[in-house]
Design a protein around this ligand. Structure first.
Ligand code: PMP
Ligand code: GLN
Length: 412
């Protein structure tokens, strides 16, 4: 293994998805829907490959199929409050993962520090390490008030965050809505982060793959729309999340040309281009959504959150009834729940892993139910902040969620 990959050998999705399959467990672990995506998007893919354009099967423009980047420019213009140049201010890659990878590789030099807010989507840490950068972690801390919390009760301490910025800081990664917590950062919080970015001349990589999934009247605010932030922000989106097609692996980065160029340099040489039919189908699917933006009841980008809300509430009740203490997410499709009051005796499994890993492994094997241990979303020195929580995914068929409820009922 190349030296620069040392320390990144383990992957939570690989390990726990395998464990779930091996144990035929009910899987509320990895985030993907177990029911069909919107039919019109599937139809667009069919149309793309069965139409009479032979070039649909061939390479397309490296930085994104022209149809797709034009559509994205149109879609995001009102949300960014500015015109977006489709050719120079948008770039496409292999899922949000691909875009994040291009951003980190394209912008980070060895020794640069990158601030990561915990709990964080796990890939940020290895991506920064592989680029030779140094991740610097700062945790969101839950309010000490007992009982069910909202993700809004998890906050950054402004002094603590400020203390992490230095002359070596090159970038901060903000995940809004956050995975695994579901926190939707409010305007004050974003302004505080933006203020520090501007003060220290830092780039903001804003991972917004769950941008459409916000609940309870919360509003998703793009940090790129705050004063003087466009120039220093890369906003990351995902077709897999927007259209519930995680297997399509198509993502986009939007930002000023001088930053987008850096992502494109990496992408053009390492990936070159993304599948043409998928880009065409996503573009046509989004063309339709754009016509429905004023009809929220017909626009999938809006109906998805409506569809997810009762699932979120069902899961919260199910977990609470069992004795876990959920943090109710304001966005995204995951829920963290505190397992420390369960009073279970989990047999030791001879690993040095944090206790949430032992718990989920045991639950998968013995109870045929799986989730994701939350300490996976914390850095080595902060694992203890995550190990009393487990993350559950609720973009699942109601039948699947009901089965989860029955399983927990039987277990009690
Ligand atoms: N960012 C976050 C916060 C995620 O949860 C995910 C998971 N899908 C990704 C990025 C990667 O998205 P994609 O599947 O489009 O690569
Ligand atoms: N983003 C998804 C999750 O958090 C899955 C990521 C993955 O499987 N690599 O569950």
């Amino acid at each position: 293994l190349a030296d620069r990959l040392k320390g990144t050998e383990k992957n939570i999705w690989v390990d726990f998805s395998k464990l779930a399959v091996e144990n035929k467990a009910l899987n509320l672990g990895q985030g993907f829907p177990d029911y069909p995506p919107p039919q019109h998007v599937v139809d667009e893919l069919m149309k793309a490959v069965t139409g009479n354009n032979p070039l649909i099967h061939q390479y397309t423009r490296s930085y994104g199929n022209p149809h797709l980047v034009n559509t994205l420019a149109k879609l995001y213009c009102p949300f960014l409050g500015r015109q977006v140049d489709p050719m120079n201010e948008i770039t496409i890659s292999v899922g949000a993962y691909g875009v994040l990878f291009c951003a980190v590789q394209g912008l980070i030099n060895p020794g640069d520090e990158v601030i990561i807010i915990e709990p964080f989507f796990d890939c940020y840490e290895p991506m920064v390490m592989v680029a030779g950068g140094k991740p610097v972690f700062v945790p969101l801390r839950p309010a000490e008030k007992g009982g069910v919390l909202s993700s809004a009760d998890w906050k950054l301490n402004p002094e603590e965050l400020s203390s992490k910025f230095s002359s070596r800081t090159k970038a901060i990664i903000v995940n809004n809505p956050n995975n695994p917590l579901g926190k939707v950062f409010n305007r004050d919080e974003l302004e505080m982060i933006a203020g520090l970015c501007k003060k220290h001349d830092v780039i903001c990589i804003s991972d917004e793959v769950y941008e459409w999934m916000v609940y309870d009247g919360n509003k998703h605010i793009k940090i790129a729309t705050l004063p003087d932030m466009w120039e220093r922000t890369i906003t990351v989106g995902s077709a897999g999340k927007a259209f519930s097609v995680t297997g399509w692996k198509l993502g986009w980065g939007i930002g000023p040309p001088h930053l987008i160029k850096c992502l494109q340099v990496l992408h053009q040489n390492c990936i070159y281009t993304c599948p043409t039919p998928i880009q065409e189908a996503v573009a046509s699917g989004l063309d339709y959504e754009i016509t429905q933006l004023d009809h929220p009841e017909k626009c999938y980008l809006y109906t998805l959150a409506k569809e997810l809300l009762p699932k979120r509430d069902f899961l919260a009740k199910t977990l609470s009834d069992f004795g876990m203490i959920p943090t109710i997410p304001e966005g995204g499709y995951f829920m963290m729940a505190d397992i420390s009051k369960l009073n279970l005796h989990i047999p030791d499994d001879d690993t040095d892993d944090p206790c949430d890993f032992k718990f989920v492994r045991w639950m998968t094997k013995e109870k045929k139910f799986t989730a994701i241990p939350t300490s996976a979303f914390y850095s080595k020195n902060h694992k203890s902040l995550g190990e009393k929580f487990v993350r559950f995914c609720f973009i699942k068929d109601d039948k699947t969620l009901k089965k989860a409820g029955e399983l927990l009922q039987d277990w009690k």
